[in-house]
Structures are given as C-alpha cells and as structure tokens.
Design a protein around this ligand. Structure first.
Ligand SMILES: NC(=O)C1=CN([C@@H]2O[C@H](COP(=O)(O)OP(=O)(O)OC[C@H]3O[C@@H](n4cnc5c(N)ncnc54)[C@H](OP(=O)(O)O)[C@@H]3O)[C@@H](O)[C@H]2O)C=CC1
Ligand SMILES: O=C(O)[C@@H]1CCC=N1
Length: 269
C-alpha cells in the first residue's frame, strides 16, 4: 500500500527533506506539507507540486507525520494534532532536544514515535540522520524512518540517550565546517589572494579531505601526518592551532551544543 508522508513545519530542514524525498522517488501526490503562513504554503505547492494542508488535515490523511517545527513550537503543534491523530500513525520528530516521551505524553496512548536528527546536507543527498525509537516504535517503524531518511544520505540508529550528543556532532556539524571555511577564506585574503580564489582553494581542499576521510580507511592522524613534512609549512600551522587551543575549543563547543540540546528538552525555552 502506498504510504502518505506529511512534513509539518516546512522550514529549512523540512524543505530540505521534502526536496530530497522527491529526488529519491517519492511521488508528490503521496506527500503533504503544512506551513504557518499562506504565502509559504503557496510557495511549496508551486515549487514541489505537493498539497499544502492544515496540520489537522495532515493528521487525518498521512500515515507518517514528520514534525519539523522548532522545539519551542512543538508543544503547540502537538496540542493541535492530538485530537485528530489516531495511534496507527507514525510520528517522527526532527526537533533538537525534545524527547520522545514529550510527544508520547501529548498523543493518543500507544502512538509510535521515532526521533530523528537529520542535517542540512540532505539537500545534496549526503545527510546524516540519527534515529531512535520511542516506547511504542517497532522495528518496522524504525525501518520506515530509515527508508525515508536513507534516501537522502546515511542513517544511524542510536539509543535515545545519545541523541543530544548526536545533535551536537552531526545535526549542528555542517555549521562548524562552514565556519572553518569562512575563517580560512579570510586567512587567504590576509595572505593576498582574491576572495573567490581563496574560497575555491579551501572548498576543494575540504572536499578532497572529506572524501579521503570517508574512503581511505585511514585514521585522521595518519592522513594529517602525510601532509606534515618535517620542518615544513603544515606543522608550523598546526603548532599555532595548538597554541590557540583550537582542539580544546572544539571540544567545549560540542559540549555546549549537547548541553543546549538538553536544555531544549522542556520544549518551553
Ligand atoms: N536546520 C537544521 O540544520 C536542523 C534543524 N533541526 C530541527 O528541525 C526543526 C526546524 O528547524 P529549522 O528548519 O532550522 O527551523 P525553521 O524555522 O526554518 O523551520 C520551522 C518551520 O516550522 C514552521 N512552523 C512553526 N509552527 C508551525 C505550525 N504550528 N504549523 C506549521 N508550521 C509551523 C515555521 O513557520 P514560519 O516560517 O511561519 O515561522 C517554519 O517554517 C527544529 O526543531 C530543529 O531543532 C534538526 C536537524 C537539523
Ligand atoms: O541549531 C539547531 O538547534 C538545529 C538543531 C541541529 C541543527 N540545527
């Protein structure tokens, strides 16, 4: 039987996922979206050929609902959905921090909930989506979530207790790399290169390094050692990174992201 999937809250990650599902072969007729603003609903209808409906209608029509609103909006969305949602629907939450118990407590008893932390590279089919089962989710529900998110990148199952850490690593992860590219491009300008050239050099280096990390099977230390010639340029740069505590800063940054994810758990702040 053909399943209908609804994306509720089609902002940055919701739209990225929607576009990826269509590329992965989902027919727009089997997809629904919801939006808070009529002009946004119209934009999504025109851009993707999907039906933009109310949250209540999505609850009635979809077999699987993917909730992609901000953690702070999740309580209100669940209150809106609960009267229309029966326990034979699968509810997938992509919200940072919000535990599955938060959803389960607001939905019909026994409703299966799966928590997923995707990231924006789902836009280019290179997403990383970390998946956990709530109390009533079966292996079939997890497999269904993997089918959806696996179409736009990799998936990994973890116990829900690891979701805040996964959010800090892969959910937020792309932003750290963009930040590094920005900073390294600025350095290129300081060294006298035009911005566009500096950007190209850094981005291609990032792509090359990422492919080697993924495909070479080598530990990152080995890959770095291969770049660091004795008494050469690279070790001079690495010494500065160590002097400025960049490794410690990264560890502290990811710890802060994990802590923020935990703070969002109440859904109210
Ligand atoms: N951005 C990312 O990289 C990632 C985000 N996430 C999670 O995804 C969720 C969304 O994040 P993001 O996409 O960045 O945020 P956005 O603000 O871009 O998207 C949220 C969308 O939800 C809409 N919305 C809010 N309430 C309702 C409602 N009741 N009914 C319908 N639509 C509603 C908003 O509408 P309006 O435009 O009117 O405000 C907005 O378009 C968050 O919970 C976040 O933790 C997870 C992984 C990665
Ligand atoms: O910054 C955030 O809160 C969201 C969750 C992970 C990525 N973006």
């Amino acid at each position: 039987m053909t399943q209908t999937v609804a994306v509720l809250g089609t902002g940055k990650i919701g739209e990225a996922l929607l576009s990826g599902m269509i590329r992965a072969g989902w027919h727009p007729a089997n997809l629904l979206v919801t939006a808070r603003r009529p002009e946004r609903a119209e934009e999504l209808r025109t851009r993707y050929g999907v039906d933009a409906v109310t949250n209540a209608e999505a609850a009635k029509r979809a077999d699987t609902l993917i909730l992609a609103v901000k953690p702070q909006d999740m309580g209100a969305l669940l209150d809106e959905l609960a009267p229309h949602l029966t326990d034979d629907r699968l509810v997938i939450s992509a919200a940072a921090g919000i535990p599955s118990t938060f959803l389960e407590a607001r939905l019909a008893a026994g409703t299966p909930v799966v928590r997923v932390m995707p990231n924006t590279p789902v836009l280019v089919d290179e997403g990383m989506s970390v998946i956990s089962a709530g109390s009533h989710a079966t292996p079939d529900h997890l497999a269904h979530a993997e089918e959806i998110f696996g179409g736009v990148g990799k998936t990994l199952r973890v116990p829900e207790s690891q979701q805040d850490a996964a959010t800090a690593l892969s959910g937020s992860g792309p932003a750290y790399f963009y930040y590094l590219v920005e900073a390294m491009t600025d350095a290129g300008i300081l060294l006298g290169l035009p911005r566009a050239q500096a950007y190209d050099l850094i981005v291609q280096s990032a792509i090359g390094a990422a492919v080697m990390l993924r495909d070479s099977g080598e530990h990152p230390v080995k890959l770095r050692e291969a770049v660091m010639s004795p008494a050469g340029t690279t070790i001079s740069a690495i010494r500065e990174l160590e002097n400025h505590g960049v490794r410690a800063a990264l560890i502290a940054a990811l710890e802060a992201a994990r802590d923020r994810s935990r703070e969002l758990a109440s859904g109210t702040n």
